[in-house]
Design a protein around this ligand. Structure first.
Ligand SMILES: *[C@@H]1O[C@H](CO)[C@@H](O)[C@H](O)[C@H]1NC(C)=O
Ligand SMILES: *[C@@H]1O[C@H](CO)[C@@H](O)[C@H](O)[C@H]1NC(C)=O
Ligand SMILES: *[C@@H]1O[C@H](CO)[C@@H](O)[C@H](O)[C@H]1NC(C)=O
Ligand SMILES: *[C@@H]1O[C@H](CO)[C@@H](O)[C@H](O)[C@H]1NC(C)=O
Ligand SMILES: *[C@@H]1O[C@H](CO)[C@@H](O)[C@H](O)[C@H]1NC(C)=O
Ligand SMILES: *[C@@H]1O[C@H](CO)[C@@H](O)[C@H](O)[C@H]1NC(C)=O
Ligand SMILES: *[C@@H]1O[C@H](CO)[C@@H](O)[C@H](O)[C@H]1NC(C)=O
Length: 462
């Protein structure tokens, strides 16, 4: 997802823009637990109107896409299933559970590690990671198990983690770390970024806590150290930047800050804090990430995506990030309770702003994206619905148990040997030569140059 996918998506977002701004209170309330449930239930129904995977002739598990077939990259459905698992947890509404199980199992791929061949052309470590994190959430929350001949949620999370821990994916450029894309022929293979490494870090921290196996924590540690050393995480401000190219040994850091990078690392660090029995090291890291995250992404107590929102250049991908902030920050308060007093009131203010952007639209009630306005902005989509479902349902945080572990009641079927096979598409090719690398780099430079050109043009248009 992200940079190289920007262009087509801006057009898709623009197409969904309605001509009028509608202001008002919106149809929703969060004034009581029942009101929250009703709001979340309506918003989730509206979200599912984007899902066609259970209709005859459609592919189960995915949202319409990837571009140009539809606006949504494959990862976003993984994020949607996780949003729905959280929705089930917080509200107790199991209406969508069969869809969740069917969709998440259809997409596991031949090796049960969320690498289905259909999406090879845009398969990033982050894309795979989002599906792995959804499976991890299912395991931690004792979401209903799939049929006994299907892989368990824990086994799927382990499968994703193990493919990413494989030395094949950690070359020496930039001193380590995962690349963005998995197959070397993909545009973006020459880019190492925070979200790919953040998903791997997050999954490792959670697997360590769930299984008690320290190997996962050691890898998570290593990933943290790497993003700090390479400067993707600025260790004075705790800003997390987007990424950099291997051709420059990761010195050309793109300093755009996106909320999901902060959120994915905050949640992972909160698990590491919990796994280490409340160590000062991880406590300090969680605190600094939260301090930075709240000031950068909730400047007036309301979620904002500053890198793109004010310029109206958010891609379809970026429109879903606010929901991750809300849901992952909420879960972080369960495993690092010392942040609850600081975080939860902000999330409540932000959720109340979010529902004011919802209105009756072409497609039932729909919610907008710019939450600071108190009005529907006409920007509709699955990401915006996911944001509101996440923001609303997670307000019921006090009603639910913390993420479980194998020792505290988690029963999901695991498989420590999952994900041990090599990536076929990379194993089939000779090692990359300098010529190939340069070629891929030039392609990416052209694409990214084009995007910044577009951004420049769009901001001048404003
Ligand atoms: C598909 O899912 C939607 C949303 O969960 C549901 O309303 C609809 O009945 C389902 N359709 C079929 C054919 O299963
Ligand atoms: C792959 O695409 C084919 C053709 O659209 C579809 O039938 C199949 O279900 C897809 N597989 C997965 C795992 O999505
Ligand atoms: C590339 O960056 C890594 C990590 O900062 C560093 O250890 C290594 O020496 C650098 N390599 C070159 C050739 O500069
Ligand atoms: C811990 O996890 C690693 C990585 O999956 C695995 O190789 C190892 O066998 C596990 N150790 C135990 C004791 O289960
Ligand atoms: C992680 O790194 C810290 C130092 O940065 C060390 O104290 C700790 O033992 C490491 N934990 C694991 C699980 O490797
Ligand atoms: C802090 O960041 C600087 C600049 O990127 C880096 O050189 C240094 O190694 C980092 N400190 C740690 C402890 O990683
Ligand atoms: C770890 O998480 C549990 C909830 O699973 C919580 O009760 C406990 O207080 C947390 N540990 C620390 C050190 O905060």
């Amino acid at each position: 997802m992200m940079l190289s996918r920007t262009q087509g998506v801006v057009a898709a977002a623009a197409a969904a823009l309605l001509p009028t701004m509608v202001s008002g209170q919106g149809p929703y309330s969060l004034a009581s637990p029942d009101a929250i449930k009703q709001t979340a239930s309506d918003a989730v129904w509206d979200l599912m109107q984007y899902y066609k995977g259970n209709l005859t002739g459609q592919t189960p598990g995915i949202l319409p896409g990837p571009p140009p077939a539809g606006p949504y990259y494959w990862w976003e459905a993984g994020a949607m299933w996780e949003t729905l698992i959280d929705y089930w947890l917080y509200t107790g509404d199991s209406s969508y559970n069969q869809e969740i199980i069917a969709g998440m199992q259809w997409q596991v791929g031949p090796n049960q590690d969320y690498m289905p061949p259909n999406v090879t052309a845009s398969l990033g470590n982050d894309d795979q990671g989002f599906w792995g994190m959804a499976a991890m959430t299912a395991a931690e929350m004792n979401f209903p198990d799939p049929a006994s001949d299907q892989p368990g949620w824990l086994a799927l999370a382990q499968g994703v983690w193990a493919t990413q821990a494989n030395p094949d994916r950690h070359d020496k450029t930039c001193g380590g770390g995962l690349r963005w894309q998995i197959p070397f022929a993909n545009n973006g293979y020459d880019y190492k970024n925070s979200i790919a490494n953040g998903c791997f870090f997050n999954l490792g921290a959670r697997l360590a806590r769930y299984t008690g196996n320290d190997t996962y924590a050691q890898y998570a540690n290593e990933t943290w150290d790497w993003i700090e050393t390479i400067g993707f995480l600025d260790n004075s401000t705790y800003a997390i930047y987007d990424g950099a190219h291997v051709e420059t040994n990761c010195t050309d850091i793109n300093k755009a800050e996106f909320s999901y990078n902060n959120a994915v690392f905050t949640l992972g660090a909160a698990y590491m804090y919990n796994y280490t029995g409340g160590s000062d090291l991880w406590k300090n890291r969680v605190q600094k990430l939260v301090d930075h995250g709240l000031s950068q992404f909730f400047p007036h107590g309301i979620a904002v995506e500053p890198a793109c929102e004010t310029q109206k250049t958010c891609t379809t991908d970026m429109l879903a990030f606010k929901g991750f902030m809300h849901r992952w920050y909420t879960t972080a308060t369960k495993v690092a309770p010392f942040i609850a007093g600081q975080v939860l009131p902000v999330l409540q203010t932000s959720a109340n702003a979010a529902i004011k952007t919802c209105t009756a639209g072409n497609n039932g009630r729909q919610c907008g994206f710019v939450w600071t306005t108190g009005a529907f902005d006409g920007l509709m989509g699955a990401g915006q619905q996911m944001d509101v479902v996440g923001a609303a349902s997670s307000l019921l945080v006090d009603n639910v148990h913390p993420p479980l572990t194998a020792k505290t009641g988690g029963t999901s079927q695991g498989n420590p040997n999952a994900g041990q096979q090599r990536d076929k598409f990379n194993a089939n090719f000779a090692p990359i030569t300098t010529g190939d690398r340069a070629g891929a780099g030039i392609l990416t430079a052209l694409v990214i140059g084009g995007i910044f050109g577009l951004f420049g043009w769009m901001s001048m248009g404003d």
